[in-house]
Design a protein around this ligand. Sequence first.
Ligand code: DAH
Length: 381
Amino acid sequence: MSAPNKSYDPVEVEALKPEQIERMRDEALAAFAAADSLDALQEAKVAHTGGTSPLALANREIGALPPHAKADAGKRVGQARGAVNKGLAARQTELEAERDARVLVEEAVDVTLPHDRVPAGARHPLTTLSERIEDIFVAMGYEVAEGPEAEAEWFNFDALNIGPDHPARGEADTFFVATASDSGSAAGSGGTGSGVVLRTHTSPVQIRSALDRELPVYVICPGRVYRTDELDATHTPVFHQVELLAIDEGLTMADLKGTLDHMVQSLFGAEMKTRLRPNFFPFTEPSAEMDMLCYVCRGASVGNPDRPCRTCSSEGWIELGGCGMVNPRVLTACGVDPEKYSGFAFGFGIERMLMFRHNVEDMRDMVEGDVRFTRPFGMEI
Ligand code: DAH
Protein backbone atom coordinates (compact mmCIF):
# COMPACT_ATOMS: atom_id res chain seq x y z
CA MET A 1 0.00 0.00 0.00
CA SER A 2 1.35 3.46 -0.88
CA ALA A 3 1.76 6.15 1.76
CA PRO A 4 -0.50 9.23 1.60
CA ASN A 5 1.05 11.78 -0.72
CA LYS A 6 -0.07 15.35 -1.10
CA SER A 7 0.99 15.64 -4.73
CA TYR A 8 -0.54 12.31 -5.49
CA ASP A 9 -1.62 11.54 -9.03
CA PRO A 10 -4.05 8.62 -9.22
CA VAL A 11 -2.97 7.82 -12.72
CA GLU A 12 0.53 7.38 -11.42
CA VAL A 13 -0.58 4.99 -8.63
CA GLU A 14 0.01 1.70 -10.36
CA ALA A 15 -2.91 -0.18 -8.83
CA LEU A 16 -5.42 2.49 -9.77
CA LYS A 17 -4.48 2.88 -13.40
CA PRO A 18 -7.52 2.22 -15.63
CA GLU A 19 -5.80 -0.64 -17.43
CA GLN A 20 -4.85 -2.22 -14.12
CA ILE A 21 -8.40 -1.99 -12.80
CA GLU A 22 -9.68 -3.44 -16.09
CA ARG A 23 -7.15 -6.22 -15.84
CA MET A 24 -8.25 -7.02 -12.29
CA ARG A 25 -11.87 -7.05 -13.41
CA ASP A 26 -11.15 -9.22 -16.42
CA GLU A 27 -9.05 -11.64 -14.40
CA ALA A 28 -11.86 -11.95 -11.88
CA LEU A 29 -14.43 -12.57 -14.61
CA ALA A 30 -12.14 -15.08 -16.29
CA ALA A 31 -11.61 -16.89 -13.00
CA PHE A 32 -15.38 -17.11 -12.47
CA ALA A 33 -15.91 -18.40 -15.97
CA ALA A 34 -13.21 -21.00 -15.44
CA ALA A 35 -14.69 -22.20 -12.16
CA ASP A 36 -16.41 -25.49 -13.05
CA SER A 37 -17.97 -26.14 -9.67
CA LEU A 38 -19.53 -24.20 -6.84
CA ASP A 39 -16.49 -24.99 -4.70
CA ALA A 40 -14.13 -23.64 -7.34
CA LEU A 41 -16.32 -20.56 -7.67
CA GLN A 42 -16.16 -20.04 -3.94
CA GLU A 43 -12.35 -20.03 -4.14
CA ALA A 44 -12.41 -17.58 -7.04
CA LYS A 45 -14.85 -15.42 -5.08
CA VAL A 46 -12.49 -15.19 -2.12
CA ALA A 47 -9.53 -14.48 -4.40
CA HIS A 48 -11.24 -11.76 -6.42
CA THR A 49 -13.76 -10.12 -4.08
CA GLY A 50 -12.33 -10.91 -0.63
CA GLY A 51 -10.55 -8.43 1.66
CA THR A 52 -7.14 -9.16 0.12
CA SER A 53 -8.25 -9.34 -3.52
CA PRO A 54 -6.48 -6.96 -5.94
CA LEU A 55 -9.61 -4.82 -6.29
CA ALA A 56 -10.07 -4.56 -2.52
CA LEU A 57 -6.44 -3.56 -2.14
CA ALA A 58 -6.80 -1.00 -4.93
CA ASN A 59 -9.89 0.31 -3.21
CA ARG A 60 -7.86 0.95 -0.12
CA GLU A 61 -5.43 3.07 -2.07
CA ILE A 62 -8.26 5.50 -2.82
CA GLY A 63 -8.43 6.60 0.80
CA ALA A 64 -4.91 7.92 0.54
CA LEU A 65 -5.62 10.05 -2.55
CA PRO A 66 -6.13 13.79 -2.46
CA PRO A 67 -9.84 14.70 -2.51
CA HIS A 68 -9.92 15.78 -6.16
CA ALA A 69 -8.63 12.40 -7.34
CA LYS A 70 -10.84 10.24 -5.14
CA ALA A 71 -14.06 10.55 -7.19
CA ASP A 72 -12.48 9.40 -10.40
CA ALA A 73 -10.63 6.49 -8.90
CA GLY A 74 -13.60 5.54 -6.74
CA LYS A 75 -15.87 5.42 -9.76
CA ARG A 76 -13.42 3.28 -11.68
CA VAL A 77 -12.93 0.80 -8.89
CA GLY A 78 -16.64 0.83 -7.98
CA GLN A 79 -17.64 0.04 -11.55
CA ALA A 80 -15.11 -2.74 -11.76
CA ARG A 81 -16.29 -4.24 -8.47
CA GLY A 82 -19.92 -3.96 -9.62
CA ALA A 83 -19.08 -5.82 -12.81
CA VAL A 84 -17.19 -8.46 -10.84
CA ASN A 85 -20.10 -8.98 -8.42
CA LYS A 86 -22.54 -9.25 -11.29
CA GLY A 87 -20.33 -11.77 -13.07
CA LEU A 88 -19.98 -13.72 -9.86
CA ALA A 89 -23.74 -13.82 -9.27
CA ALA A 90 -24.39 -14.88 -12.86
CA ARG A 91 -21.85 -17.69 -12.69
CA GLN A 92 -23.23 -18.73 -9.30
CA THR A 93 -26.74 -19.01 -10.76
CA GLU A 94 -25.41 -20.95 -13.72
CA LEU A 95 -23.46 -23.43 -11.60
CA GLU A 96 -26.37 -23.90 -9.18
CA ALA A 97 -28.69 -24.70 -12.07
CA GLU A 98 -26.13 -27.20 -13.40
CA ARG A 99 -25.80 -28.80 -9.97
CA ASP A 100 -29.59 -29.06 -9.56
CA ALA A 101 -29.97 -30.68 -12.97
CA ARG A 102 -27.19 -33.14 -12.15
CA VAL A 103 -28.61 -34.01 -8.72
CA LEU A 104 -31.98 -34.68 -10.29
CA VAL A 105 -30.38 -37.26 -12.53
CA GLU A 106 -27.74 -38.68 -10.18
CA GLU A 107 -29.83 -38.83 -7.04
CA ALA A 108 -33.11 -39.78 -8.65
CA VAL A 109 -35.06 -42.44 -6.73
CA ASP A 110 -37.13 -44.85 -8.75
CA VAL A 111 -40.12 -45.30 -6.51
CA THR A 112 -41.37 -48.13 -8.67
CA LEU A 113 -38.40 -50.35 -7.77
CA PRO A 114 -39.04 -52.99 -5.08
CA HIS A 115 -38.10 -51.34 -1.79
CA ASP A 116 -36.76 -54.53 -0.32
CA ARG A 117 -34.97 -57.26 -2.20
CA VAL A 118 -35.25 -59.76 0.66
CA PRO A 119 -38.32 -61.78 -0.29
CA ALA A 120 -41.04 -61.61 2.33
CA GLY A 121 -42.31 -64.90 3.71
CA ALA A 122 -45.90 -65.69 4.46
CA ARG A 123 -47.74 -67.00 7.48
CA HIS A 124 -48.81 -70.59 7.16
CA PRO A 125 -52.55 -70.95 6.58
CA LEU A 126 -52.69 -73.55 9.38
CA THR A 127 -51.51 -70.83 11.77
CA THR A 128 -53.93 -68.21 10.55
CA LEU A 129 -56.89 -70.60 10.50
CA SER A 130 -56.11 -71.84 13.98
CA GLU A 131 -55.80 -68.25 15.25
CA ARG A 132 -59.10 -67.38 13.61
CA ILE A 133 -60.79 -70.22 15.47
CA GLU A 134 -59.16 -69.13 18.73
CA ASP A 135 -60.41 -65.57 18.16
CA ILE A 136 -63.99 -66.76 17.77
CA PHE A 137 -63.85 -68.38 21.20
CA VAL A 138 -61.80 -65.71 22.91
CA ALA A 139 -64.54 -63.28 21.85
CA MET A 140 -66.99 -65.48 23.79
CA GLY A 141 -64.84 -65.42 26.92
CA TYR A 142 -62.85 -68.63 26.42
CA GLU A 143 -59.17 -68.79 27.32
CA VAL A 144 -56.50 -70.31 25.08
CA ALA A 145 -54.85 -73.26 26.85
CA GLU A 146 -51.77 -75.21 25.88
CA GLY A 147 -50.14 -78.45 26.95
CA PRO A 148 -46.94 -80.38 26.23
CA GLU A 149 -46.53 -82.36 23.02
CA ALA A 150 -44.55 -85.07 24.84
CA GLU A 151 -47.34 -86.03 27.20
CA ALA A 152 -47.78 -88.45 30.09
CA GLU A 153 -49.80 -91.49 29.07
CA TRP A 154 -52.08 -90.79 32.00
CA PHE A 155 -53.18 -87.44 30.54
CA ASN A 156 -53.32 -88.68 26.96
CA PHE A 157 -55.25 -91.87 27.77
CA ASP A 158 -56.16 -92.90 31.34
CA ALA A 159 -57.68 -89.66 32.55
CA LEU A 160 -59.71 -89.56 29.34
CA ASN A 161 -61.21 -92.94 30.16
CA ILE A 162 -59.16 -94.67 27.49
CA GLY A 163 -58.31 -97.90 29.29
CA PRO A 164 -55.10 -99.93 28.90
CA ASP A 165 -56.74 -102.22 26.34
CA HIS A 166 -58.12 -99.49 24.15
CA PRO A 167 -56.87 -99.93 20.58
CA ALA A 168 -55.77 -96.28 20.42
CA ARG A 169 -53.03 -97.13 22.93
CA GLY A 170 -51.44 -99.71 20.70
CA GLU A 171 -48.32 -99.16 18.71
CA ALA A 172 -50.42 -98.94 15.57
CA ASP A 173 -51.24 -95.31 16.33
CA THR A 174 -49.04 -93.95 19.05
CA PHE A 175 -45.46 -92.73 19.17
CA PHE A 176 -44.02 -93.88 22.48
CA VAL A 177 -41.17 -91.82 23.83
CA ALA A 178 -38.22 -93.89 25.04
CA THR A 179 -36.20 -92.73 28.02
CA ALA A 180 -32.50 -93.30 28.49
CA SER A 181 -33.20 -96.33 30.67
CA ASP A 182 -35.38 -98.00 28.00
CA SER A 183 -33.53 -100.69 26.11
CA GLY A 184 -35.88 -100.22 23.18
CA SER A 185 -38.09 -103.18 23.99
CA ALA A 186 -41.77 -102.33 24.13
CA ALA A 187 -43.58 -102.98 27.38
CA GLY A 188 -47.15 -104.23 27.73
CA SER A 189 -49.66 -103.25 25.06
CA GLY A 190 -47.19 -101.15 23.20
CA GLY A 191 -45.28 -98.54 25.09
CA THR A 192 -41.77 -98.35 26.39
CA GLY A 193 -42.45 -98.14 30.06
CA SER A 194 -41.44 -94.48 30.08
CA GLY A 195 -45.08 -93.50 30.44
CA VAL A 196 -44.55 -90.73 27.90
CA VAL A 197 -46.08 -90.49 24.43
CA LEU A 198 -46.26 -87.88 21.74
CA ARG A 199 -49.81 -86.76 22.32
CA THR A 200 -52.18 -88.37 19.86
CA HIS A 201 -54.81 -85.66 20.26
CA THR A 202 -55.32 -82.33 22.06
CA SER A 203 -57.80 -83.88 24.51
CA PRO A 204 -55.17 -84.21 27.29
CA VAL A 205 -55.20 -80.41 27.49
CA GLN A 206 -58.82 -80.80 28.68
CA ILE A 207 -57.54 -82.69 31.70
CA ARG A 208 -54.72 -80.24 32.40
CA SER A 209 -57.09 -77.28 32.11
CA ALA A 210 -59.71 -78.81 34.39
CA LEU A 211 -57.06 -79.68 36.98
CA ASP A 212 -55.31 -76.30 36.82
CA ARG A 213 -58.24 -73.91 36.75
CA GLU A 214 -60.97 -72.73 39.00
CA LEU A 215 -64.44 -73.71 37.87
CA PRO A 216 -66.16 -72.85 35.62
CA VAL A 217 -63.70 -73.71 32.83
CA TYR A 218 -63.98 -72.42 29.29
CA VAL A 219 -60.90 -73.19 27.20
CA ILE A 220 -59.89 -73.58 23.58
CA CYS A 221 -56.75 -75.65 23.01
CA PRO A 222 -55.01 -75.56 19.63
CA GLY A 223 -51.92 -77.67 19.09
CA ARG A 224 -49.79 -80.18 17.24
CA VAL A 225 -50.52 -83.88 17.59
CA TYR A 226 -48.77 -87.06 16.40
CA ARG A 227 -49.80 -90.41 14.99
CA THR A 228 -47.76 -93.14 13.33
CA ASP A 229 -49.11 -92.52 9.83
CA GLU A 230 -46.99 -92.38 6.70
CA LEU A 231 -46.98 -89.02 4.96
CA ASP A 232 -49.14 -89.20 1.85
CA ALA A 233 -51.84 -87.17 0.13
CA THR A 234 -54.34 -87.70 2.94
CA HIS A 235 -52.20 -88.51 6.00
CA THR A 236 -49.44 -86.84 7.93
CA PRO A 237 -47.79 -88.11 11.12
CA VAL A 238 -47.82 -84.58 12.56
CA PHE A 239 -50.99 -82.55 12.33
CA HIS A 240 -53.01 -79.98 14.25
CA GLN A 241 -56.18 -80.13 16.26
CA VAL A 242 -58.33 -77.67 18.11
CA GLU A 243 -59.98 -78.86 21.27
CA LEU A 244 -62.69 -77.12 23.20
CA LEU A 245 -63.78 -77.71 26.77
CA ALA A 246 -66.51 -76.05 28.80
CA ILE A 247 -67.36 -77.12 32.36
CA ASP A 248 -70.04 -75.25 34.25
CA GLU A 249 -73.25 -75.82 36.16
CA GLY A 250 -76.18 -76.79 33.97
CA LEU A 251 -74.45 -77.17 30.59
CA THR A 252 -76.35 -79.37 28.14
CA MET A 253 -76.08 -80.74 24.61
CA ALA A 254 -78.02 -77.65 23.50
CA ASP A 255 -75.13 -75.43 24.62
CA LEU A 256 -72.74 -77.64 22.67
CA LYS A 257 -74.91 -77.43 19.56
CA GLY A 258 -75.28 -73.64 19.82
CA THR A 259 -71.52 -73.25 20.28
CA LEU A 260 -70.77 -75.40 17.22
CA ASP A 261 -73.29 -73.50 15.12
CA HIS A 262 -71.76 -70.21 16.16
CA MET A 263 -68.29 -71.45 15.23
CA VAL A 264 -69.22 -72.61 11.71
CA GLN A 265 -71.26 -69.47 11.10
CA SER A 266 -68.28 -67.31 12.09
CA LEU A 267 -65.99 -69.31 9.83
CA PHE A 268 -68.18 -70.02 6.84
CA GLY A 269 -71.17 -67.66 6.82
CA ALA A 270 -74.42 -66.84 8.56
CA GLU A 271 -76.56 -69.58 6.99
CA MET A 272 -74.27 -72.37 8.13
CA LYS A 273 -75.35 -75.01 10.63
CA THR A 274 -74.16 -78.26 12.15
CA ARG A 275 -75.73 -81.63 12.78
CA LEU A 276 -74.81 -84.28 15.33
CA ARG A 277 -74.72 -88.01 14.62
CA PRO A 278 -74.44 -90.55 17.44
CA ASN A 279 -70.95 -91.93 17.91
CA PHE A 280 -68.72 -93.21 20.68
CA PHE A 281 -65.71 -91.66 22.40
CA PRO A 282 -64.50 -92.89 25.78
CA PHE A 283 -64.20 -89.35 27.14
CA THR A 284 -67.68 -88.11 26.23
CA GLU A 285 -71.11 -89.50 27.01
CA PRO A 286 -73.20 -89.10 24.99
CA SER A 287 -70.82 -88.64 22.09
CA ALA A 288 -71.47 -87.44 18.60
CA GLU A 289 -69.83 -86.94 15.26
CA MET A 290 -70.31 -83.35 14.18
CA ASP A 291 -70.99 -82.45 10.58
CA MET A 292 -71.38 -79.02 9.09
CA LEU A 293 -73.51 -78.08 6.13
CA CYS A 294 -71.40 -78.21 2.96
CA TYR A 295 -70.31 -74.65 2.61
CA VAL A 296 -69.99 -74.97 -1.18
CA CYS A 297 -73.38 -76.44 -2.24
CA ARG A 298 -75.20 -75.78 1.07
CA GLY A 299 -76.97 -79.08 0.58
CA ALA A 300 -78.23 -78.28 -2.90
CA SER A 301 -76.36 -81.21 -4.47
CA VAL A 302 -78.22 -83.85 -2.46
CA GLY A 303 -80.38 -85.94 -4.80
CA ASN A 304 -79.54 -83.52 -7.58
CA PRO A 305 -77.33 -85.26 -10.18
CA ASP A 306 -77.30 -82.09 -12.30
CA ARG A 307 -75.45 -80.24 -9.56
CA PRO A 308 -72.86 -82.64 -8.15
CA CYS A 309 -70.62 -81.24 -5.40
CA ARG A 310 -67.01 -82.35 -5.17
CA THR A 311 -66.50 -80.88 -1.72
CA CYS A 312 -69.11 -83.01 0.06
CA SER A 313 -69.42 -85.77 -2.58
CA SER A 314 -73.03 -84.59 -2.97
CA GLU A 315 -73.82 -85.59 0.60
CA GLY A 316 -74.67 -82.05 1.69
CA TRP A 317 -72.66 -82.37 4.89
CA ILE A 318 -68.97 -82.37 5.75
CA GLU A 319 -67.64 -84.29 8.71
CA LEU A 320 -65.76 -82.00 11.05
CA GLY A 321 -64.80 -83.94 14.21
CA GLY A 322 -66.01 -85.43 17.44
CA CYS A 323 -67.89 -83.95 20.36
CA GLY A 324 -70.09 -84.75 23.29
CA MET A 325 -70.86 -84.18 26.96
CA VAL A 326 -67.78 -84.75 29.09
CA ASN A 327 -67.93 -88.26 30.56
CA PRO A 328 -68.57 -88.08 34.36
CA ARG A 329 -65.54 -90.37 34.80
CA VAL A 330 -63.36 -87.72 33.18
CA LEU A 331 -64.81 -85.03 35.44
CA THR A 332 -64.10 -87.24 38.43
CA ALA A 333 -60.51 -87.85 37.27
CA CYS A 334 -60.10 -84.05 37.30
CA GLY A 335 -61.59 -83.70 40.76
CA VAL A 336 -64.80 -82.12 39.46
CA ASP A 337 -68.10 -83.19 41.03
CA PRO A 338 -70.23 -84.63 38.17
CA GLU A 339 -73.37 -84.23 40.29
CA LYS A 340 -72.91 -80.48 40.33
CA TYR A 341 -71.10 -79.76 37.09
CA SER A 342 -71.45 -80.89 33.52
CA GLY A 343 -69.27 -80.14 30.51
CA PHE A 344 -69.15 -80.34 26.77
CA ALA A 345 -66.16 -80.80 24.49
CA PHE A 346 -65.24 -81.08 20.89
CA GLY A 347 -62.12 -81.63 18.84
CA PHE A 348 -61.25 -81.53 15.18
CA GLY A 349 -58.33 -81.42 12.78
CA ILE A 350 -57.21 -78.12 11.28
CA GLU A 351 -55.57 -79.71 8.22
CA ARG A 352 -58.86 -81.31 7.26
CA MET A 353 -60.70 -78.04 7.61
CA LEU A 354 -58.03 -76.27 5.56
CA MET A 355 -58.36 -78.95 2.89
CA PHE A 356 -62.04 -78.44 2.31
CA ARG A 357 -62.08 -74.71 3.09
CA HIS A 358 -59.42 -73.99 0.46
CA ASN A 359 -59.56 -77.05 -1.79
CA VAL A 360 -56.09 -78.21 -0.79
CA GLU A 361 -55.87 -81.62 -2.36
CA ASP A 362 -52.57 -82.94 -1.05
CA MET A 363 -51.61 -82.93 2.65
CA ARG A 364 -47.94 -82.88 1.70
CA ASP A 365 -48.29 -79.33 0.43
CA MET A 366 -49.10 -78.28 3.98
CA VAL A 367 -46.01 -79.77 5.56
CA GLU A 368 -43.31 -79.03 3.01
CA GLY A 369 -42.98 -75.39 4.01
CA ASP A 370 -42.75 -74.09 0.45
CA VAL A 371 -43.62 -70.41 0.50
CA ARG A 372 -45.25 -70.78 -2.93
CA PHE A 373 -47.96 -72.79 -1.17
CA THR A 374 -48.49 -70.40 1.71
CA ARG A 375 -48.33 -67.08 -0.14
CA PRO A 376 -51.61 -67.34 -2.12
CA PHE A 377 -53.53 -67.60 1.14
CA GLY A 378 -52.80 -63.92 1.66
CA MET A 379 -51.53 -62.14 4.69
CA GLU A 380 -54.37 -62.72 7.08
CA ILE A 381 -53.17 -61.46 10.45
N1 DAH B 1 -59.75 -86.53 20.59
C1 DAH B 1 -60.56 -87.02 19.50
C2 DAH B 1 -59.66 -87.47 18.37
O1 DAH B 1 -58.54 -87.06 18.31
C3 DAH B 1 -61.48 -85.96 18.97
C4 DAH B 1 -62.54 -85.62 19.97
C5 DAH B 1 -63.72 -86.32 20.00
C6 DAH B 1 -62.34 -84.60 20.85
C7 DAH B 1 -64.72 -85.99 20.89
C8 DAH B 1 -63.33 -84.26 21.79
C9 DAH B 1 -64.52 -84.97 21.76
O2 DAH B 1 -63.20 -83.27 22.67
O3 DAH B 1 -65.48 -84.64 22.66
O4 DAH B 1 -60.07 -88.18 17.53
